[in-house]
Ligand binder design. Structure first.
Ligand code: ZN
Length: 187
């Protein structure tokens, strides 16, 4: 089993977020799979990084939340995420990871753009206990890729995600234009 990549760790606490954002259950205990998502902005001029938000959501809460999203949006996203373009980009990331010590964040899985050209992105992973869910890998999605996913969403679904974001996040206002409602990949 593969460990959760260090990129998800909080630099001060040396730990990833291990409580579900919605039900607050401890994700280190038990076997409920969960998703980790972390949005990062890079400032290349000053070689700095800022974490815009990070979140863990257990499978139970995610499937509960999904019920309020339109079936059409969910089908459209699934079709897109399992399509050739995304699959090829994922394979490229995995192939390269064999040569760079296991880093699967080399390219945006939606656009295929290499990470050195990306300043705003999210890393995502499906996990279980302290490991990646067997058979899955952690991946990166650029802000451009997130826009492409958002275009697949119906207005009702966008509204619902908006509501979710307001309920569970306080995103700093300076980032509101960078990360829009609906940026959460796993809902
Ligand atoms: Zn939960």
């Amino acid at each position: 089993m593969k460990k959760i990549p260090k990129d998800f760790y909080n630099p001060n606490e040396q730990e990833w977020i291990c409580r579900c954002k919605i039900c607050n259950s401890n994700l280190l205990e038990g076997n409920t799979p969960f998703a980790l998502e972390k949005a990062i902005k890079v400032f290349p001029e000053i070689k700095a990084k800022e974490v815009i938000f990070e979140i863990a959501i257990c499978d139970n809460c995610a499937s509960e939340s999904r019920k309020s999203l339109s079936k059409q949006s969910l089908t459209d996203i699934e079709t897109f995420m399992t399509g050739d373009q995304v699959r090829e980009n994922m394979m490229k990331c995995v192939e390269e990871s064999y040569e760079n010590g296991g880093d699967t964040f080399g390219y945006c899985i939606i656009t295929g753009v290499p990470k050195e050209f990306i300043n705003e992105f999210q890393i995502i992973a499906q996990c279980q206990s302290g490991f990646l869910l067997p058979g899955t890998e952690a991946f990166m999605i650029s802000s451009q890729g997130i826009e492409i996913i958002q275009d697949l969403l119906s207005p009702e679904t966008k509204e619902e995600l908006d509501r979710f974001k307001n309920e569970h996040f306080g995103i700093p206002p300076e980032f509101e234009n960078i990360l829009n409602p609906g940026d959460l990949v796993f809902l």
